[in-house]
Design a protein around this ligand. Structure first.
Ligand code: PMV
Length: 339
């Protein structure tokens, strides 16, 4: 009985569980918050619950410092629809973006109330870095501010996860681990900071294409999980890599961090290639960038990469190699997560 009803839990049920008796009456004219973008070093790839964005495995990311989203939210008095602004421009109400925001807002909306939501991204939007993670994390924090709920970080992380899985990691700076959890309702699936800073750590985004991707990460994960013969190896790979990445952070062993993150990303992409129909995010230029990285390594330079559900390549290196990276990857977008 219990299992049957738990399996059909909806996002709204979780929101209700977390908000409890808290009022949905704005306590101020405007809620406002920032959240950083994040890039996974050990990827989240595959859900055990599609509705609640509950992952099969844990994952570990690094937040991008001041790069992220700032969101402001206010009630639109007397309005009959929400208004969504992105980087100062109105978003067409029928766009995918506005619909996703509206759907998420419905989880919190008092009857007949409409909002104005204004998001500014400091992540260069054209750089191919995920902004949905920082977007949903800032969104949840802005709601918490508007309604003065004062939710615990763990609960904010769970609410952000309902918007987009990786968003639950954008509630913290630095290294962050998202616990997979085992509960049906996902109340044990949230992110927590991993101790340790690494001021010399650098990321570099090499833009290959900014065209909209052919398949969303949501659909790609689902197809991979259902059809790829390689998927059963993925949780084993994650358990192994996660332990190594934590060791690397603790001992500041950059080569261990770089090689584990790169191998983890390649394994994630391999599971997709073995799916049917195949999922391949790479373009010829993505492979060219990988090869350039491998020849730099052969020449003795500690430059590694990671890649998400798209063709752009994210370099991992140390501050001392900044000039080298700029020379070999002209136009690279540099990020110093701990600066
Ligand atoms: O949170 P989503 O649904 O956008 O999925 C993110 C998936 C990856 O970026 C490929 C991996 C990750 O852990 O961020």
């Amino acid at each position: 009985m219990r299992v049957a009803s738990m399996a059909s839990l909806k996002k709204a049920d979780i929101v209700r569980m977390i908000l409890g008796e808290r009022a949905r009456v704005p306590r101020k004219a405007e809620g406002r918050a920032f959240a950083p973008a994040n890039i996974a070093l050990c990827k989240y790839w595959g859900k055990r619950n599609e509705e609640l964005n509950l992952p099969i495995t844990p994952s570990l990311s690094v937040s991008l410092g001041t790069l992220g989203s700032t969101t402001r939210i206010a009630v639109r008095e007397g309005a009959s629809a929400d208004e969504v602004m992105l980087n100062g421009k109105p978003v067409p109400p029928r766009s995918k973006f506005a619909k996703a925001i509206g759907y998420y807002l419905n989880l919190y909306r008092p009857p007949g109330v409409f909002f104005r939501l204004d998001t500014e991204n400091t992540v260069p939007t054209a750089a191919g870095m995920a902004s949905s993670a920082s977007g949903f994390a800032a969104f949840v924090r802005a709601l918490d501010d508007l309604f003065d709920w004062r939710l615990a970080p763990r609960h904010l992380s769970i609410l952000a996860r309902l918007g987009s899985g990786s968003a639950c990691r954008s509630l913290y700076d630095g290294f962050v681990e998202w616990q997979a959890g085992a509960e049906e309702d996902g109340m044990d699936s949230y992110a927590e900071p991993v101790p340790g800073t690494w001021p010399a750590l650098r990321l570099g985004v090499v833009k290959v294409s900014v065209a909209e991707k052919e398949i969303s990460s949501r659909d790609a994960m689902k197809r991979t999980r259902r059809t790829s013969a390689l998927y059963e190896a993925w949780p084993v790979k994650v358990a192994h890599d996660l332990a190594l990445i934590k060791d690397a952070i603790e001992s500041r062993d950059f080569e261990l961090l770089g090689r584990t993150a790169e191998s983890n990303a390649l394994a994630m992409h391999a599971t997709g290639m073995a799916a049917w129909p195949p999922v391949l995010f790479w373009l010829p230029d993505s492979v060219a960038v990988m090869r350039r990285i491998w020849s730099l390594r052969e020449a003795g330079h500690a430059v590694y990469f990671t890649m998400d559900a798209g063709p752009n390549v994210k370099l991992l290196f140390l501050a001392t190699d900044t000039a080298l990276v700029q020379e070999h990857f002209p136009g690279v977008e540099l990020v110093a997560p701990f600066a």
